[in-house]
Design a protein around this ligand. Structure first.
Ligand code: SF4
Length: 408
């Protein structure tokens, strides 16, 4: 006698092998980890330290930096050192392409300072002359005791593997469409590389896989397949998601579906920042996605009604914005500061229609007066009416009550 609404929640997490990236656990049932990537020139030590620090402060639990040339590799240990001096322990991940084997060989301090190496099997393959490149990185990772992420990418797919699969497909009695073959190539590229890494002595608990695509439906299909065919820890991300709302919507749609299916141990939201825009937006979106879906708690959630013709003034929008901004700016990492607090919901509502009801469901909520209502704003705390605010200082008074509530 159950109906669909009796059951709420995601599928059980896909069982994966736990990987330690520095001091952060990924997979094996650990909380889903938020990560991000800098867009500074890694050779610019001060600029990169500043951005890693900003990302870490925003809540990024691991930060990837590109290591594309000798100057960048030489800078990495200094970046680590400066972060350590500031008390920022966030693990740094080196993003390597083409010459990673050479940089890790020639710059041992870089190899030591990084907590994980990202390998792109599309440009450091193992089946051809580039085998030594792949095996060199794996051997160095083994030597330094570092995990790797084998990150296949639609835009740099292993062309030799793809050609082989395309030829096999063309010769088969029931050929699949070309896109399905490309998805299979993505999955195989990651899985075959992981198997080769294990042959080279890398334990499974040092391997994370990703297979990023820019189209939402392809991404979902690829990751479902990857999860069905292995138990490696999984890094989720939609590549080239784009700018602004487009990137946020596409990433949230794709990652939300996979997370609901129990797939994904760490996520990165790849947003193209607006010119001069804030890089930390990708961390904020990742946190909000995980929190909205109920996987983790990072910051108090502010529920605000959309407002309508019943809202009398701009007080409502201003208050909702001001509470949201206050929480974001003043309380990053609030869960660390307020241990034991599992979730906090703040409601800012525009009138009596849904105001009192929604406010009672929140930990603390306010129902502002709508059109024709008496100029009074009841505040509800833990489901009960607590106080009524009046006058021009309603916003400041409510903010003070929120701070008091959190402190208690
Ligand atoms: Fe409009 Fe009131 Fe509903 Fe807000 S709670 S959207 S102001 S009717």
């Amino acid at each position: 006698n159950t109906s669909a609404s009796d059951i709420a929640g995601p599928a059980p997490r896909h069982q994966t092998t736990k990987v330690m990236v520095g001091n952060v656990a990924v997979g094996g049932g650990a909380p889903i980890v938020v990560q991000s990537m800098t867009n500074t020139d890694t050779a610019d030590i001060d600029g990169t330290v500043a951005q890693v620090a900003a990302l870490a402060r925003a809540g990024s639990e691991m930060v990837r930096i590109t290591v594309d040339r000798e100057e960048a590799a030489a800078a990495v240990p200094h970046i680590r050192e400066q972060l350590d001096k500031r008390g920022i322990t966030t693990p740094l991940i080196g993003d390597f392409h083409y010459i990673g084997h050479k940089l890790l060989t020639d710059y041992p301090a870089c190899a030591e300072a990084l907590a994980k190496y990202r390998i792109n099997p599309g440009n450091v393959g193992f089946k051809d002359k580039r085998d030594t490149q792949f095996s060199t990185i794996i051997e160095l990772a083994n030597k330094y005791g570092k995990p790797v992420r084998i990150g296949a990418n639609w835009g740099s797919l292993d062309q030799e593997l793809l050609s082989k699969l395309m030829d096999e497909n063309a010769a088969s009695a029931n050929p699949r469409d070309a896109r399905a073959v490309m998805r299979e190539a993505m999955v195989q590229s990651a899985l075959l590389s992981a198997a080769r890494a294990q042959e080279l002595g890398m334990p499974k608990d040092r391997i994370i896989l990703s297979a990023k695509v820019s189209a939402v439906q392809d991404l979902i299909a690829v990751y479902q397949d990857l999860a069905a065919r292995s138990d490696y820890a999984i890094h989720l991300g939609l590549t080239e998601a784009g700018m602004g709302s487009k990137g946020i919507v596409a990433s949230s749609a794709a990652l939300g579906i996979l997370l609901q299916q129990g797939i994904g141990d760490t996520i990165r939201i790849s947003l193209t920042p607006e010119p001069g825009g804030d890089r930390t937006l990708e961390v904020q979106v990742a946190q909000e996605l995980l929190q909205t879906m109920g996987f983790r708690t990072f910051v108090p959630l502010v529920a605000a009604c959309p407002g309508c013709g019943r809202t009398t003034s701009t007080t409502f929008q201003e208050l909702a914005r001001s509470i949201q901004d206050f929480i974001r700016e003043e309380m990053p990492g609030w869960k660390t500061q307020y241990p034991g607090v599992e979730a906090l919901n703040v409601a800012v509502m525009g009138c009596i229609v849904n105001g009192p009801g929604e406010s009672k469901h929140a930990n603390i909520g306010i129902s502002l007066p709508g059109t024709g209502e008496a100029p009074a704003a009841p505040v509800f705390v833990d489901g009960k009416k607590f106080r009524t605010l009046r006058g021009p200082t309603i916003a400041a008074d409510f903010k003070a009550l929120v701070i008091d509530y959190i402190d208690q």
